[in-house]
Design a protein around this ligand. Structure first.
Ligand code: UD1
Ligand code: UDP
Length: 363
């Protein structure tokens, strides 16, 4: 019996790790233990509820306006005892959050093997995304198993001289998650407010965008609503108080913008499917939207998801008001361009990533 400890702590990690928890628990050869860092609180709990996953441990580290020291120090301090107590054969972490980084560092100190899910994503720019690029490069330094979503991610690791035998192309577990969340007949009361208008779904939260770039995103949206009476914007706003403050300065009292609490993942995926286009600085949404054939204006200067750009679904618009405005405006008024960007493609696998990861771990 192999003891596998999965550690995650934010909404996107939970969305991508819960299907793996479920898959591993179905197998007889694994003793599965789940530890959440609680880097997120409400936004994490929503996902755990959707997937019916109850963690064995919750480090409950979140505090308002936490900084990177808070997250790192508190996880390192609290996870040590759990690792000593549980003595897992392997610890699985996901992606590039500070939860994943601090956990990998703790495992490295304790010589516990690490499996990295969603490995190999890179911008090679330490400032964007910040601090995620450093987090994921560090995890790659110490991981024993690298579960990469795409061939390109594998190539990134090979170019960094990682052992080819440690790399497994599995697809992204978010595609596994989407098999359970997308509903054929979906209804949400907020869609009545949208009516026959065009729905833009908006999200923004990146640390490096806080300040001017985020103001630019909201200003571009404001301009679009003023010039296009047939546009409605739904913004399930991140719980970060700084994001909320910037948003309310620019978008409050705009009758074409509905700012709502974060949606649970089922609602969010289905809302994506109902939208005309998506404006975001999120990482995960760049993987989900191509599968749904929804154009995404990515409000960032770089992306670690070039597969979606090449497939034509993602447009990297930068973080200037003018460039974001022009990108949205083009999609609203240039039918040909819109059609070109709205073909459903799925560079992120066949929805069997969890099975493939479990097979490797079993082997
Ligand atoms: C974190 C990750 C980022 C990921 C994002 C997903 C790091 C450094 N950042 O960034 O990679 O893209 O999650 O959303 O790992 N808050 C709540 N309740 C919640 C969640 C957050 O109140 O359930 C508030 C808290 O005040 C918290 C703040 O949001 O201090 C910021 O959360 P934090 O995890 O530090 O940063 P994110 O921007 O969410
Ligand atoms: N998401 C959600 N509710 C929302 C907004 C996003 O469930 O209100 C989901 C979305 O479908 C994706 C993930 O959260 O799976 C992305 O999270 P986020 O943008 O916070 O983080 P990132 O992917 O940038 O790390």
């Amino acid at each position: 019996m192999k003891k596998i400890l999965l550690v995650f702590g934010t909404r996107p990690e939970a969305i991508k790790m819960c299907p793996l928890v479920i898959e591993l628990k179905q197998r007889e050869n694994f003793d599965v233990v789940v530890c959440v860092s609680g880097q997120h609180k409400e936004m994490l709990q929503e996902v755990l509820n959707v997937f019916g996953v109850t963690p064995n441990y919750n480090l409950a580290i979140m505090k308002e306006n936490q900084d990177l020291f808070d997250i790192t120090i508190n996880i390192l301090g609290r996870i040590r005892m759990i690792l000593s107590q549980e003595k897992p054969d392997i610890v699985l972490v996901h992606g590039d959050t500070t939860t994943a980084f601090a956990t990998a560092l703790a495992c490295f100190y304790m010589k516990i093997p690490i499996g990295h899910v969603e490995a190999g994503l890179r911008t090679y720019d330490m400032d964007a995304p910040y601090p995620e690029e450093m987090n994921r490069q560090f995890i790659s330094l110490v991981a024993k198993y690298n579960f990469v979503p795409t061939e390109r991610a594998r190539q990134n690791l090979l170019s960094e001289k990682k052992n080819p035998a440690s790399i497994f192309v599995t697809g992204n577990t978010v595609i596994d998650a989407m098999k359970t969340t997308i509903e054929k007949q979906y209804f949400n009361p907020v869609l009545e407010w949208v009516g026959e208008n065009r729905l833009i779904l908006l999200t923004a939260h990146r640390r490096e965008n806080i300040g001017n770039p985020m103001q630019n995103i909201f200003r571009a949206i404001k301009r679009i609503t003023v010039e296009n009476p047939n546009v409605r914007v739904i913004y399930p706003i991140h719980m970060n108080p700084t994001v909320r403050k910037i948003c309310s300065e620019i978008l409050k009292d705009n009758s074409q913008v509905k700012i709502i609490e974060p949606l649970n993942v089922v609602d969010f995926h289905n809302m994506m499917a109902q939208s005309y286009l998506i404006v975001t600085d999120s990482g995960g949404i760049q993987e989900e939207a191509p599968a749904l054939g929804k154009p995404v204006i990515v409000c960032r200067d770089t992306t670690e998801r070039p597969e979606g750009v090449e497939a034509g679904t993602l447009l990297l618009a930068g973080t200037k008001e003018e460039s974001i405005y022009c990108a949205i405006n083009k999609l609203l008024h240039d039918e040909k361009e819109y059609v070109k960007m709205s073909h459903a493609v799925n560079p992120y696998g066949d929805g069997h990533a969890c099975r493939k990861i479990a097979d490797v771990l079993e082997g």
